[in-house]
Design a protein around this ligand. Structure first.
Ligand SMILES: C[S@@+](CC[C@H](N)C(=O)[O-])C[C@H]1O[C@@H](n2cnc3c(N)ncnc32)[C@H](O)[C@@H]1O
Length: 234
């Protein structure tokens, strides 16, 4: 694996034990609402097979399970063993392991055959992958004809008073709180940097389109601090 991928994997391994707590705390519980809307927006077929890429501790997979029950067969994959381990525990605790399968995998080289999935989800993962175009092409490969790609990601809100206040929180307060609880200073300083370096929502939507997806739509949430991108493989 490249140095860049190793850095990301080690970082998530290190913050894994505090990841869920910090997500809820730093987003004031909004992360639950964002994932709920992401799954709702996909309009999944009654019976479906879906993939949760960069699944972390499986919050997206569990939200799919909550909405679809056993009518969804879910595969969840991530390259951080610690995040996956915690995800597995949560899935077993919630008795969701009958139709939810976890496996280790790199988003750039997914361990699946082509055209397998009705939908592919990736929440707060694509920002950490430098070769985004390569990842999206890989997503295209494993999605069925007519299937859906759903990407949820932190984005920079549009210019204005809200953005100024948010950036103050995001660049100063959030790294301080994150560092204290996770005991990993680098990770919560990397977070605002990675969001600032992420393309604008419009430009990222173009990348999705250029990778083969059609009808690409984007939906800003919570004043644009998060954007949901939906594309179709037609
Ligand atoms: C911010 S967490 C998001 C976890 C989860 N999707 C959620 O909604 O909370 C990002 C996850 O992406 C994973 N990740 C980053 N790059 C990856 C890659 N190239 N392949 C697989 N997983 C990756 C990390 O290990 C981490 O678990």
């Amino acid at each position: 694996m490249s140095v860049e991928l190793d850095f990301i994997k080690d970082m998530f391994d290190s913050i894994a034990p505090k990841y869920d707590f910090l997500n809820r705390f730093l987003s004031l519980g909004q992360d639950i609402v964002w994932r709920k809307k992401m799954v709702e927006s996909c309009d999944l077929p009654d019976k479906c097979v879906v993939l949760d890429v960069a699944c972390g501790t499986c919050d997206v997979s569990l939200e799919i399970k909550r909405q679809k029950g056993d009518r969804a067969t879910i595969f969840a994959t991530d390259f951080s063993p610690k995040m996956l381990g915690l995800g597995k525990k949560k899935v077993v605790r919630k008795k969701a392991d009958k139709t939810l399968y976890l496996l280790a995998g790199n988003a750039l080289k997914l361990p699946f055959k082509e055209s397998m999935f009705d939908a592919l989800f990736i929440a707060f993962g694509i920002r950490n992958i430098m070769d985004r175009e390569g990842a999206i092409k890989e997503f295209f490969r494993v999605i069925k004809q007519g299937g859906t790609l759903a990407i949820l990601e932190l984005t920079s809100p549009p210019e204005g008073i809200f953005r100024d206040a948010y950036m103050l929180y995001f660049k100063k307060l959030l790294p301080a709180i994150g560092s204290i609880f996770s005991k990993n200073r680098k990770a919560y300083h990397y977070l605002p940097e990675s969001v600032i370096n992420f393309p604008t929502a419009q430009n990222f939507a173009l990348t999705i389109q250029e990778s083969g997806f059609k009808n690409v739509k984007l939906k800003a949430m919570t004043f644009g601090i998060v954007t949901l991108f939906i594309g179709k493989k037609l």
